[in-house]
Structure formats: structure tokens, C-alpha cells
Ligand binder design. Structure first.
Ligand SMILES: Cc1cc2nc3c(=O)[nH]c(=O)nc-3n(C[C@H](O)[C@H](O)[C@H](O)COP(=O)(O)OP(=O)(O)OC[C@H]3O[C@@H](n4cnc5c(N)ncnc54)[C@H](O)[C@@H]3O)c2cc1C
Ligand SMILES: NC(=O)c1ccc[n+]([C@@H]2O[C@H](COP(=O)([O-])OP(=O)(O)OC[C@H]3O[C@@H](n4cnc5c(N)ncnc54)[C@H](O)[C@@H]3O)[C@@H](O)[C@H]2O)c1
Ligand SMILES: O=C1O[C@H]([C@@H](O)CO)C(O)=C1O
Length: 496
């Protein structure tokens, strides 16, 4: 069969699958897939579940899709690649995206994307998925060549699980056979009534946000960054590259409170201060004020003090984008759509992956949402592989977070760190940016639970997942007496 013919046949199978699924009937799919030959295994087996339906009513129209991914972000890009690898994309897969461009590696937005103009900033199409993990760059052409339909700038606004239909903002009605929810997170916002929507106030979640921020940075002099988490740390470091007067304001007593110990945070804060960044800790924003031109001009703190700013970047966390899929089942503790270890929701044929998925974190026996790209990539691959091969394999994720800042050419000190595991228990810290730092989290049974390393070599970084995965019992006294980070890593390695 030629590829065009195969695509047409697959489209017919697809339409039949969705139409039949909508009627609670899969036999038409089975018929179409038998004509197609190999590659229809997963659907054909679904077909055998329900044999007694009439196929006469199957509708071959444009509204029916076999597989629909909602969301065009990191997880969607890796899911699309997995469909292609299994020969199940062509004519069968549709991605419905709110954004105007195909999936890209979101982490770049607060890293290479914010380099000043003379320091070769990253721009699309340079960082479409899956380049972030060394894979092929999937541009819009890639999706076309692989027979994947992508609907751009057309977010899903309504969902009906009974009829298996989605409605997009432009009014399209899409019927799906299987639905993969990968809507990620949205940036938490400061309320409009305290100035959260003033011109010059930025949030950063997608490339349109990043473009808007870059245009403000080009004119900015005084920057206020609200929030001492990932966005705060990465954007403040980027602002140093533009030589801007930068102040970070946050409610806690140290930066990166979700992960860093106070002592680790202090070392990073000192490094930022050496780069001219100011910190206002333990402070909450009362409101953002506008100047006579209507743009933001200052941040007023709850204690009444005023910090002037012509540009404000807000990084106060993210919220899972569950709407309009609330009925699928939201986890009340961690938010997000609840799934099992194969990313199946409580409704058959509906899956959730990436930031929005509340999944069983097997290693630590708890339900978690992980808002980091490694999980977005791996959850996508795992979900689609188990869906297409019908293998009952449980996701067994080892948490991995990282950051890189001051990477731009000419920076006095590049910093890059990785963390694996769980940041629970007591900590042992070694090194002082000389140039490395390591922190080990150790539980009451002396098991190593989590490990952090700044400025490691590739070989040293490759040791971290082995340690965090096997959780060896370590000799705490020996580790505390380590004379260098290299020495400490060797002590940890020898306990494996
Ligand atoms: C600025 C920034 C920097 C980051 N840096 C790092 C990093 O260095 N390291 C790291 O590990 N992680 C990082 N992360 C986190 C990482 O990017 C996310 O974990 C990852 O993108 C999650 O992938 P996802 O596909 O689940 O969600 P996303 O990539 O956010 O994709 C969700 C997509 O769904 C779309 N969408 C939402 N609702 C709808 C709807 N109703 N209909 C259609 N489309 C919809 C969104 O527009 C978006 O395109 C960063 C995040 C941000 C915002
Ligand atoms: N390297 C990375 O992994 C990376 C980089 C950038 C973004 N991200 C992801 O992007 C998302 C958003 O990041 P983020 O930095 O906004 O979230 P975050 O959770 O890392 O940090 C939020 C910070 O906001 C502050 N905060 C919370 N409420 C506040 C309030 N009302 N007023 C002032 N400050 C407040 C706190 O200091 C908190 O640490 C997260 O999912 C994050 O994982 C990840
Ligand atoms: O995972 C990542 O992907 C991008 C970039 O590497 C893509 O080229 C980036 O900055 C990351 O941290």
C-alpha cells in the first residue's frame, strides 16, 4: 500500500473507530484494521471486546478521531513521538493545542530564551520537542509528514464523556476514540484588584509570554521578581545578563523553599548577591501600583515599604489546568487529574500525563503531581507505550529536577545543578561553590533518600540516580567528615 493510500485507509479506520466508540461499538474498527493489516493490534483487541454492535451507522466524517491529545506542550510532543515510533500516528492522531506553535521544550523559556539579544538567545524552531533529550526536532512539517493533525490556537472548552466529544473554542466538535489529557499547568496570578494585570507585569508559561517579557526587558531598568522558586531564580539570573537592577521578593526566609535547605539556599543567595541581585525576604505584596503612563511603577509590600520597578515578573507557582475535564476525576490533595500507574483515569479510554496528572509515585507510596519536564517526557512515553502495546507495566518514577542559570556567554559563573529522589530526613552538605556543592538527604534508618549536586561532571551526575533509586544505607559519620564533594560522592558510591 502506498503511504497516501495507507493514510486514507487509516483515516477511515480512525473515523470508524471514533464513530463506533461513540456508539459503544468497535466492530467497524476491527474491519477497517484487518484491511490495513499489521499495526492495528491495540485497537483490534479493543474491537474484540464488543462484537455485537451494528456497524451500519458508522459515520465517516471529519469530526471523528481515533486518538486525541488535548494540550500541545512538552508531554504532547513526546507522546506524538511515541505514536510515530509505534506506527500509530499516521491518519490516527490529532493534537488540539491552545498555542500557535507545535510542542517545544518549555524549560528553554527561562534559560536560553532570555539571553540578551547580543548573546544568541534560543528561538523557535530551535527547541521544539524532542531536542531537549537528544531526539529529533519536531517542527510543524514533522507533524504533517507523519500524518498527525494539529489544531493550533483552538483550546478545548467543553468535554462530554458520555458522547466522547470535545468542543473547541472555534466551535469544532471532535469525537475521540481515546483521549489523552496533557493540559499541563497555568501560572498562578496575582489578583487583578492588586495590580496583577497591569501593563509591565509578566507571567511566564508559554512562548508568547516569553516574547512579551523579552520586549519589556529591552526597555527595562528596574526589575522586581515576585516569588523565590524556580521562575524567580531563573528569571533573576537572566535579568543579570541584561545588566538590570533586580530585586527578588518572596514570603519565605530563603529561596527555593520547596527543595533547598536554608544552608544550601544561602550559598545560592550569596552568589546572586555577588551578581548584584537584591533580596527582600519574608515579604508579601500588598499591591502593584501604576505610574501616570498606566504601566507598573512599584511594588508596595504589606509592611508599607515600596520597591520601584518598571517591569515585574511574577513566579508564584503553577496550577494544574484541569478545566474542562473536572468530571474525569480531580485529586483533592495534590490537584490534577487522578490516574493509575498506566496513566488511565477512572473513565475508560481517557488518560492524563505530564504536569496535570496525579499519579502513584510508586517508590514513595504516595500520589503525586510532578511539575518537571523529565516526568512530562517519561509519563508521555509510558502512557502511550502501554496504551498501544496493551502491556500492563506500572510507571515507577524516580523524581529528577534540575536548573541551569547564568549560562549566557561572558557570565562570571555558570551554575547548574541536579537533584534526584526525595528531599526528606536530615541533610549533610559538602562543599561551598569551590566549585561544587553536594547535599545528601538521609532518613532515620540511615538510608540515602535524595541527593543534590552543583557543577558535577557528567560521570558524577550519572551516579545520582543510582544512589537515589537504590537508597543505600550510608555511613553518616564518614560522609560528614568528607573533605571534598568528590570524596563525599565516593563514600556514597561505596555504599551501593
Ligand atoms: C518557564 C518554565 C521553565 C521551566 N523549566 C524547567 C526546567 O528547567 N526543568 C524542568 O524539569 N522543568 C521545567 N519546567 C516545567 C516543565 O516545563 C513542565 O513540567 C512541562 O512543560 C510539563 O509538560 P506538560 O505537557 O504536562 O505541560 P505543558 O508543557 O505546560 O503543556 C500544556 C499545554 O496544554 C495547553 N492547554 C492547556 N489547556 C488547554 C486546553 N483546554 N485545550 C488545548 N490546549 C490546552 C497549553 O497551552 C500547553 O501548550 C519549566 C516550566 C516553565 C513554565
Ligand atoms: N528548573 C525547573 O524545574 C523549573 C524552572 C522554571 C519553572 N518551573 C516550573 O514552573 C512552574 C512555576 O514555577 P514557580 O517558580 O512559579 O513556582 P515555585 O513553586 O517553584 O515557586 C513559587 C514561589 O512563589 C512564592 N510565592 C508563593 N505564593 C506567593 C505570593 N502570594 N506572593 C509572593 N510570592 C509567593 C514562594 O516563594 C514560592 O517559592 C512550576 O511548576 C515549576 O516546577 C520549573
Ligand atoms: O530540557 C531542556 O530542553 C531545553 C533545551 O535543551 C532544548 O534545546 C532546555 O533549556 C532544557 O533545560
Amino acid at each position: 500500500m502506498t503511504s497516501a493510500l495507507r493514510r486514507k485507509a487509516a483515516q477511515m479506520a480512525s473515523a470508524a473507530a471514533a464513530a463506533a466508540a461513540g456508539m459503544g461499538c468497535y466492530s467497524q474498527t476491527s474491519w477497517a484494521l484487518r484491511r490495513l493489516g499489521a499495526g492495528g493490534g491495540a485497537l483490534a483487541s479493543a474491537a474484540t471486546r464488543r462484537r455485537n454492535c451494528s456497524v451500519a451507522a458508522a459515520v465517516f466524517d471529519n469530526q471523528n478521531r481515533e486518538y486525541v491529545i488535548v494540550g500541545g506542550g512538552n508531554a504532547a510532543g513526546y507522546a506524538a513521538r511515541t505514536f510515530v515510533e509505534h506506527g500509530m500516528a499516521d491518519g490516527r492522531l490529532c493534537i488540539v493545542s491552545k498555542e500557535a506553535v507545535p510542542p517545544y521544550e518549555r524549560p528553554a523559556l527561562t534559560k536560553g530564551y532570555l539571553f540578551p539579544p547580543e548573546k544568541k538567545p534560543a528561538r523557535l524552531p530551535g527547541f521544539h520537542t524532542c531536542v531537549g533529550s537528544g531526539g529529533q526536532r519536531q517542527t510543524a512539517e514533522w507533524y504533517k509528514e507523519n500524518g498527525i493533525e494539529v489544531l493550533y490556537e483552538d483550546p478545548v472548552e467543553a468535554f462530554d464523556g458520555k458522547t466522547q466529544t470535545l468542543k473547541t473554542s472555534s466551535g469544532k466538535i471532535l469525537k475521540y476514540g481515546s483521549l489523552i489529557i496533557s493540559t499541563g499547568c497555568a501560572a498562578a496570578r496575582l489578583p487583578e484588584k492588586i495590580g496583577g494585570d497591569l501593563p509591565g507585569v509578566h507571567y511566564i508559561r508559554d512562548v508568547a509570554d516569553a516574547d512579551s517579557l523579552v520586549s519589556s526587558l529591552g526597555k527595562a531598568k528596574k526589575i522586581v521578581v515576585i516569588g523565590g522558586g524556580y521562575i524567580g531564580m531563573e528569571v533573576a539570573a537572566a535579568a543579570c545578563g541584561w545588566n538590570l537592577d533586580t530585586t527578588i521578593i518572596f514570603p519565605e526566609d530563603h529561596i527555593m523553599p520547596r527543595l533547598f535547605t536554608p544552608s544550601l539556599a544561602k550559598k545560592y543567595e550569596e552568589l546572586y548577591e555577588q551578581n548584584g541581585v537584591k533580596f527582600v525576604k519574608g515579604a508579601l505584596i500588598d499591591k502593584l501600583d501604576a505610574g501616570s503612563d498606566g504601566r507598573v511603577s512599584s511594588a508596595i509590600l504589606k509592611d508599607g515599604s515600596v520597591v520601584e520597578a518598571d517591569t515585574v515578573i511574577v513566579g508564584i507557582g503553577a496550577k494544574p489546568s484541569v478545566s474542562p475535564f473536572e468530571a474525569v476525576g480531580v485529586n483533592i490533595e495534590v490537584g490534577g487529574i487522578e490516574v493509575d500507574s498506566m496513566f488511565r483515569t477512572s473513565i475508560p479510554s481517557i488518560f492524563a500525563i505530564g504536569d496535570v496528572a496525579a499519579f502513584p509515585l510508586k517508590m514513595y507510596d504516595r500520589i503525586a503531581r510532578v511539575e518537571h519536564v523529565d516526568h512530562a517526557r517519561k509519563s508521555a512515553q509510558h502512557c502511550i507505550e502501554t496504551l498501544l502495546t496493551s502491556q500492563a507495566k506500572a510507571y515507577d518514577y524516580l523524581p529528577y529536577f534540575y536548573s541551569r542559570v547564568f549560562e549566557y556567554e561572558g557570565s562570571s559563573r555558570k551554575i547548574w545543578w541536579q537533584f534526584y529522589g526525595d528531599n526528606v530526613g536530615e541533610t549533610i552538605e559538602v562543599g561551598n561553590f569551590d566549585p561544587k556543592i553536594a547535599t545528601f538527604w538521609i532518613d532515620s534508618d540511615s538510608r540515602l533518600k535524595g541527593v543534590f549536586l552543583e557543577s558535577g561532571t557528567p560521570e558524577e551526575f550519572s551516579l545520582l540516580p543510582k544512589l537515589a533509586r537504590s537508597q543505600p544505607i550510608v555511613d553518616k559519620a564518614k560522609l560528614k567528615s568528607a573533605t571534598s564533594v568528590e570524596d563525599a560522592l565516593e563514600i556514597a558510591r561505596s555504599s551501593l
